[in-house]
Design a binder for this molecule. Sequence first.
Ligand code: PGA
Length: 239
Amino acid sequence: MINLSNFSSIFIANWKLNGNLDFIKEYYQKLLTNPNNCNIICSPVIYLNLLQTNEKNLFFGAQDVSVYNQGAYTGEVSAEMLQEKKTNFCLVGHSERRQYFQENNEIIKLKITNLINKNIVPVICVGETMEEKEKKITKSVLLRQLEEGLPDTSNYENTLIAYEPIWAIGTGYTPSLQDIQEVHEYIKKIDKKFNNFRVLYGGSVKSTNSRDINDLKSVDGCLIGGSSLKVEEFNKIIS
Ligand code: PGA
C-alpha cells in the first residue's frame, strides 16, 4: 500500500464520466504535477491502463469498485482487477453513487473492505444535503456515514476521508472556511481512531479558492470534480 505519510497534501481529480483518448493525450502533455503532493487522477476505469506511468509523480484511482470479488455479476470490476491495473486509490460512496446507484453504508463498508484487502486506499466520501445542513444535523449525518461505512480494518494509514457537502458539488457554492475547518476538526475528533486520518475537502474547489481551503489546518488536500477537467486549472490547484 502507498505510504500516505510521504505527502504533505493530497489532490484527487475526479473526472466522473468524462474524457476520451484525445482529451487524455492533451491533458497528460500539459499536466504539471507537484512532487511534494500526492496527485491522483480518478479517470473512468477503462482508461486506467492508458494512464499508467511514473513519469509525473502521478497516481491513479478508480471511481468505484464492486462489492463482489468474482462471479456472475455482469458489468462489475473487482478490487483485485483494480490492483492488477496498479490502481492505488478508489473513491467509495461518492454522493452521486449514493444518489443514482442506491449505495448505502453497508455496501460502502463491503467495498472498502475489499479494497483494503488488495492494498488499495479507499477514499470514503461523506457529506450532508442542504436540507440536513439547514436542520443543523451535519455532524450526526457524517458520524453515521463514517461509523456505518468504515470497517474495523480502516485506519489512517490505509483509508482517506473526503468531506463533500452534497449541496456544494458542482454548484459553485462552498461552505465558509470556518465551517470547513469546524467539520474537519469534528471528524478528526469523533474518536481516537480518527485523530490521524487525512481529511480532504471536496465540492466546487477551483484555482481561486483551493489555496485558502488547503491552507486550513485540518484540511489535508482536495477532491476536485469539474475543475479537474481543465488541465490548466488543475495545474494551478496542485501547484
Ligand atoms: P465538483 O465535484 O468539484 O465539480 O464540485 C466534486 C466531486 O464531485 O467530487
